[in-house]
Design a protein around this ligand. Structure first.
Ligand SMILES: *Cc1c(COP(=O)(O)O)cnc(C)c1O
Ligand SMILES: [Zn+2]
Length: 464
């Protein structure tokens, strides 16, 4: 790899750096997170964002067809012949007026960025194509991740579709939805289920990868976040290169919001946009470390010197009170977000806020998203629930242009959806009761009708 691309510690006071092909993914000086860094003077950044429209005429080239790699000049770490694409990033920005009304926004002001359309059904494919490409550049034969489900599904798809690597997946016990587990198994990944939750699995996969020299694709991997930047480029593209007022995204490991922040910081540095949008990160109330630290304890990036005592103290209190992450939104059921520091930087540069949404609020928002035309999994709907909250607080105005990112497909977690809409109280309570969900405000219940033509016709007339 050319030395115009390297890895650099995110802390401005630390001069830790690594070559681009290093796969340890931790700062050699301070142990912190790394960025993929570019010497733009020696690379060829695009002259203007509209320049990317020239790629639209090249759709027979898989690199220009990909919703990630058609922006490759903004993530120029890989030679084109090394790039591994499976057609990721063919996603849409959809105007959603019914959801806008639910959120309290004017018609035409709320859009949903539907990342469920990716090959494995979640936004993770945007990052996986980049990490997988980097893995290939470094000669890796095995790749591993810990996952609440979607990272493993994505890795399993990339490994099976390309036949280039073996996927090794760490999951916690009982913390993965069936749709996602089904993908890992069907695509032939080695699936290691350990007793413990996601945070435990995350610690173990890092130890194991280091010991066995297995390539790690979790979001500590800065190359993955390079791919996820393109979600923002596609939103800008769909908005004719105008920057929206708000991007609202669910927060789990905080990789997504970190990559969005990096995307906008780079576009500003390159003079390709004048101002960034504001970023809103939405935690589930049962996994709200970021909301607690940022909004309740005032933790800030602080020019690269965030208060380490505050963070340590918070985690100690979680341990002491034996508090474990618990939410129906399994993709964000994470209490130790790996990308905490990067997320602080993103919010600092993009005027960010954090909020939390209860499982009740998440599932009600999810039902509205579904009724509005796009199906998403529970974690994704946290963005809409959070936007509604920020609107009610007056932080988002009804006329702001808001994009909520729908991170994953509805069919990832059918159990939650079916329980929500079920007329049977036991089915509802078994899945949702212990989550503090009391009512299905927008349930669409199946209608019970005897097997009789007149009764069936009567029912249809009554309900339509
Ligand atoms: C991974 C995931 C998230 C959380 O994203 P982070 O980058 O970890 O904050 C949210 N929603 C879905 C569907 C996911 O798969
Ligand atoms: Zn460092």
């Amino acid at each position: 790899m050319s030395d115009a691309v390297f890895q650099r510690c995110i802390f401005p006071h630390c001069d830790g750096a690594l070559a681009a092909d290093d796969t340890s993914f931790t700062c050699p000086k301070c142990g912190g997170l790394l960025d993929v860094a570019y010497d733009w003077n020696r690379l060829k950044p695009p002259p203007a964002l509209a320049w990317f429209e020239s790629k639209w005429a090249e759709r027979s080239n898989p690199l220009s067809f990909s919703g990630v790699w058609r922006f490759r000049e903004l993530l120029p770490f890989a030679p084109p012949d090394k790039i591994m694409t499976i057609g990721e990033g063919q996603t849409v920005l959809q105007r959603a007026d019914a959801v806008a009304q639910f959120v309290g926004m004017n018609a035409g002001c709320l859009h949903l960025q539907y990342e469920g359309m990716n090959p494995s059904g979640s936004f993770k494919d945007n990052g996986m194509t980049a990490a997988f490409t980097h893995a290939r550049m470094t000669g890796a034969k095995r790749a591993a991740c810990a996952s609440t489900g979607n990272t493993s599904a994505s890795l399993a798809v990339f490994c099976s579709a390309t036949g280039l690597m073996r996927a090794i997946i760490f999951i916690g016990s009982g913390k993965i939805s069936y749709g996602k587990l089904a993908q890992a198994l069907d695509h032939g990944a080695l699936t290691v289920q350990i007793t413990g939750d996601f945070d435990d699995a995350m610690q173990r996969v890092q130890q194991v990868s280091r010991r066995l020299g297995i390539y790690l694709v979790n979001s500590v991997n800065p190359f993955r976040l390079e791919g996820q930047k393109t979600i923002m480029y596609r939103i800008l593209e769909a908005m004719r290169w105008e920057v929206p007022d708000w991007i609202v995204v669910p927060g789990g490991n905080l990789g997504n919001v970190s990559s969005f922040g990096k995307a906008f910081i780079e576009l500003m540095d390159l003079g390709l946009i004048k101002r960034p949008p504001r970023l809103a990160v939405i935690n589930a109330a049962g996994a709200n470390t970021f909301h607690q630290l940022y909004e309740k304890n005032g933790l800030r990036w602080n020019a690269g010197q965030p208060d380490a005592k505050l963070i340590d103290g918070y985690y100690q209190s979680l341990d002491m009170e034996k508090i474990r992450a618990a939410t129906i939104a399994s993709a964000i059921e994470i209490n130790h977000p790996v990308n905490l520091h990067k997320a602080l930087r993103a919010l600092d540069r993009c005027g960010g806020v954090a909020r939390e949404a209860t499982d009740q609020e998440i599932l009600d928002a999810k039902a509205k998203v579904g009724a509005g035309g796009l199906g998403c999994e529970p974690a994704s709907a946290a963005s809409v629930a959070g936007a509604k909250k920020l609107r009610r607080e007056g932080i988002i105005a009804p006329s702001d242009r808001v994009v909520c990112v729908l991170t994953g497909h509805q069919l990832k977690d059918p159990t939650a959806t079916v329980a929500y809409h079920s007329a049977d109280r036991k089915t509802f309570d078994d899945v949702l009761g212990h989550r503090g969900v009391r009512r299905a405000t927008f349930a669409n219940r199946a209608v019970q009708v005897p097997n009789d033509l007149d009764e069936i016709i009567k029912a249809i007339e009554v309900y339509t």
